[in-house]
Design a protein around this ligand. Sequence first.
Ligand code: ADP
Length: 501
Amino acid sequence: MATHSNGTSANEFKLPEIKFTKLFINGEFVDSISGKTFETIDPRNGEVIARIAAGDKEDVDLAVKAAREAFDHGKWPRMSGFERGKIMHKFADLIEQHLEELAALDSMDGGKLFFFNKVLDIPGSAETLRYYAGAADKIHGETLKMSSAYHAYTLREPIGVVGHIIPWNFPTVMFFMKVSPALAVGCTMIVKPAEQTPLSALYYAHLAKLAGIPDGVINVVTGFGSTAGAAICSHMDVDKISFTGSTEVGRLVMQAAATSNLKAVSLELGGKSPLIIFDDADVDMAVELAHLAIFFNKGEICVAGSRVYVQEGIYDEFVRKSAEKAKRRVVGDPFDPHVEQGPQVDKKQFEKILAYIEHGKKEGATLLTGGKPFGDKGYYIEPTIFTDVKEDMLIAKDEIFGPVMSLMKFKTVDEAIERGNKTRYGLAAGIVTKDLNVANRVSRSIRAGVIWINCYFAFDRDCPYGGYKMSGFGRDMGLHALDKYLQTKSVVTPLYDSPWL
Ligand code: ADP
């Protein structure tokens, strides 16, 4: 059983008024052409927060037209990197000035902890903007030493109009992880936030305008994936799609790109990351890490350490302590500062996770703790741990995207490596050991985009992040992310008059 909070502060918090519900196209908030709207729901109670404009193909056409014009003829790609950086710094300042309100929007919309939004997601995203603002005037090509009588250099130019398709689990972090490097290099863009969490993206559109980002540079089209999202991906005038979401939809995005204008695509997809804990680990520290790795953000995180491998010498102690810790986890209203875990994002996700739990039981895994909805309203689920899990079970294969840990026992380093790699995904992995040789060997043998040794979720703006295998390709964060939005042009000129004579 998870724990209820004794706190009362959730009821005392005054929720912000919802100011922005329309599409943001060419610097203006506008209704969708069809006039259609959709409900955005508060996962704490299933109630409607607001009705949001439902963009579709015709709205995407207008947004792309605005972005195209801003790219082909506007100031943004043509101003100096330094000037762009200055405006991005101002944008970051504005985010910080509205921190509480923005943090509340992501909590209402996505069930995310208000406290974490305030100390991590929102200020961290302002810092992401500043990181890339600092890079905006440091994007250089190369001088080439040609083997013939020519001189050449490369220009690194913005790729053009970018479509950013973002998921609901980190609405603010994902927005700025994608928008910031694209802004820095001089691209223009259409952002489609997830239909579950559109509120903060529209607010950021408003702040971008206040900061001085020219009209048409950032357009936000709210709406559904199969309509607005699909229209962006198949649009002939979009040059690049940067997508984060499920592997199934990633495939559709690539197909749409392939059958339209062969636009560039980068995909950050699902994960089923192993956390491998060796006998020499400090058990209490390992229990803390494993708990964080799966239950942080209610397990709605693509790099969640959802497969936990524990070496046989410490397995029993680890299992006992992990169960005790999961039972003590405080589940409840994300505005309550005592709460550690809020509701899952929506009813669909809630039901999907519960179905996986039932499947796990039927497949023969042992339900150690949790496994049920928590409370009598909203989409809360108890922190859940299965033991006796095997790699061929659905709960070990599929990304559940919920607070469900699968615990497995292993004997040798080789076995850990082999079983750790037994997944179609390759986003992240964790290793807990004091033995440097083991850490080095395992980190080089696991096929994943990020390896955390004796830590987990150690993200940083400077640390590139992305997938191997079916977790996708392309890197967000770090200076590598700039490459997603740049293309290289070679410029060649003779060193002498008429060198071919
Ligand atoms: P999840 O299953 O976790 O909701 P999705 O991959 O479905 O993740 O959603 C991630 C983002 O992709 C959302 O913004 C969603 O609207 C969008 N999306 C869904 N389907 C499509 C599609 N066919 N084309 C483009 N975007 C899509």
